[in-house]
Design a protein around this ligand. Sequence first.
Ligand SMILES: C[S@@+](CC[C@H](N)C(=O)[O-])C[C@H]1O[C@@H](n2cnc3c(N)ncnc32)[C@H](O)[C@@H]1O
Length: 276
Amino acid sequence: MPLRTLRKFERKIERQLKAIERSKSAIERNIARQVRLLEEKRDGFGKKIEERVRQFERKKPIRLDDEVRFLRSWIERPLSIGAVAPSGKFLARTMARYVDPCSDGPVVELGPGTGPVTEALVRAGVAPARLVLVEFNPAFCRMLRARYPDATVVQGDAYSLRRLLATLLLQPAAAVVSSLPLITKPLRMRMRLIRDAFDLMLPGAPFVQFTYSVASPLPTRLASFSAEASERVWLNLPPARVWVYRRLGIRGQKSEVRNQRAEIRNQKSEIRDQNF
Ligand SMILES: C[S@@+](CC[C@H](N)C(=O)[O-])C[C@H]1O[C@@H](n2cnc3c(N)ncnc32)[C@H](O)[C@@H]1O
């Protein structure tokens, strides 16, 4: 096939991919808006439940376990918490498996919540002193500081990662492990987050992310990073999957472009064969 036609075809596919991304972002924005509306409506209801829980606590001074704390936080901010219960052991272990405990440098965790993934990382051999835990929720931060006194707990917005960690990390991170509910954010913000994370990491280090969605929370057809998915973890409620992204070097990016071109060529010849 002439090179010009191939380029034209590639440009067409790229245009279509961009159009799909644009409509996906619009749908995502719409969903986020609807959830926010729901959140506002539920606010009144949430406050009533909160008041009941407080009354109960005052009458019976019990230690609330992680599930209850988590549920309470979800009632207050469902969109940012992104789950009604902490991750189960199997999911946490699957996340931790992608981090090499013998690697050098800090391990950054985004959205540790009550700490099930933190726990799995420590059990897998990551020294608590290497952990940098970035959590939005002040109550979770207090809990994490008490449970992991050797770890560095940063209370703040993970989407401002560069500003939060630029001066804090004394050497490039060995991994970033994220439980953030990425799909509640526009694609632009997600892409900025992963780019900032890669800038803080060693070349080839993993960005580990779990999701309840069927698809990857980040586009996998980009030449700048590779994407690999775990098996679905069925023993989690709801079942989830772990995605691992790694920034490609220039050579990797070039070969990825070559692979994509080859894929387009194959698709093209399949279409031609079908037309015969
Ligand atoms: C789905 S929960 C996961 C919690 C825990 N890692 C687990 O697996 O059970 C998401 C966590 O991310 C935190 N979070 C959400 N948005 C955040 C942000 N922008 N910056 C930091 N933490 C955030 C929430 O407070 C919550 O603890």
